[in-house]
Design a protein around this ligand. Structure first.
Ligand SMILES: C[C@](O)(CO)[C@H](O)COP(=O)(O)OP(=O)(O)OC[C@H]1O[C@@H](n2ccc(N)nc2=O)[C@H](O)[C@@H]1O
Ligand SMILES: Nc1ncnc2c1ncn2[C@@H]1O[C@H](COP(=O)(O)OP(=O)(O)OP(=O)(O)O)[C@@H](O)[C@H]1O
Length: 285
């Protein structure tokens, strides 16, 4: 028996950093959605009690450093199953990109072993277990357009998906360390996108209103350190994107386009500047 789970990329339509907490983490307010670009995970039970990870991406760790390993390990310890599992990961998402690839893989691993061994854990239970592994995992478990608060642990799905559109993802050839970004930002000097306005626009299914308000508090820091990120955003707007914003801590920049022809134009134009360009759809959820 084998089980397949998709692990889609997440995008931050809005990311506001409110303040630094006493535990060193940052209190956030975000609007998150998912797009149709996914890793694929295949889960097979084994006769040993080991967690074995195989992947076509030679740069990823396959030991307990991998988020998939940590997710299965905590499920084993919490729900007391001993059977081993082999996971085959087909990696399609860029790594350390701001698209939550490792988090989405971990969420798929929680869902995968929950189904494979018929554990019956709820999304809420798995979300709680997931936070120490990665703060994007609770959102990825729900996988629906959501208002996400706290450190990423409070997920409130919206009653509507983000309005359907085309999304161009462009990842410059640099890796951005999320811990480093959070340790370097000066919270007092950050910009604050209007998260409530994005929320309302989505609930009203008002695309034009939504695109006025996209924003990311972390964008200015990453752009200062890596000017290519700013350049990519400027080029997207110059080639006709309806709007563009950095995702997560970067470096991927996403452009939204209502018209398919416009999105194709933006994607093709950006291929002249970056190798990693993806033209995808929003997921209707
Ligand atoms: C920037 C986002 O991608 C937005 O969606 C996420 O908040 C980051 O999620 P992630 O990559 O899963 O990051 P994690 O592994 O949870 O956190 C990495 C590091 O970022 C910092 N961090 C993370 C989340 C948060 N709310 N405040 C923080 O200060 C912490 O130093 C943490 O050790
Ligand atoms: N399954 C996995 N897929 C990708 N990276 C993983 C995985 N497990 C562990 N990692 C490690 O996590 C680090 C961050 O990778 P990831 O792709 O999750 O970052 P990201 O897209 O920036 O996430 P975020 O948007 O949450 O900041 C990498 O350095 C990688 O070695």
């Amino acid at each position: 028996m084998e089980i397949i789970e998709k692990a889609p990329a997440k995008i931050n339509l809005g990311l506001d950093v409110l303040y630094k907490r006493d535990d060193g983490y940052h209190e956030l307010e975000m609007i998150m959605a998912s797009v149709d670009l996914s890793d694929r995970l295949i889960f097979t039970p084994t006769n040993t009690n080991d967690i074995i990870i195989k992947t076509d991406n030679g740069f990823l760790p396959v030991d307990r450093k991998n988020n998939i390993y940590q997710a299965i390990d905590v499920m084993k310890k919490t729900y007391g199953f001993t059977q081993g599992v082999e996971v085959n990961l087909k990696k399609n998402l860029p790594v350390a990109a701001g698209l939550g690839g490792g988090s989405s893989d971990a969420a798929a691993a929680f869902r995968g072993v929950n189904r494979l061994f018929d554990i019956g854990a709820s999304l809420e239970e798995m979300a709680k277990l997931s936070v120490p592994i990665g703060t994007d995992i609770p959102y990825c478990l729900y996988g629906q357009t959501a208002l996400v608060t706290g450190v990423g642990d409070c997920v409130k799905p919206l009653s509507h998906p983000m309005p359907q559109c085309w999304v161009v993802l462009v990842k410059p050839k640099i890796s951005v360390s999320t811990p480093r970004v959070f340790s370097k930002i000066q919270v007092d000097s950050l910009s604050h996108p209007d998260i409530h306005a994005i929320y309302q626009a989505i609930e009203n299914q008002d695309y034009q209103e939504m695109i006025q308000h996209l924003g990311n508090s972390l964008e200015s820091y990453t752009m200062d350190v890596f000017p290519i990120v700013k350049y990519v955003k400027e080029k997207m707007l110059e080639f006709g994107a309806d709007t563009a914003v950095m995702s997560g801590s970067g470096p991927t920049v996403l452009a939204l386009c209502k018209k398919r022809s416009r999105a194709i134009h933006v994607a093709n134009a950006l291929k002249g500047f970056c190798d990693e360009v993806y033209l995808v759809r929003t997921l209707n959820r």
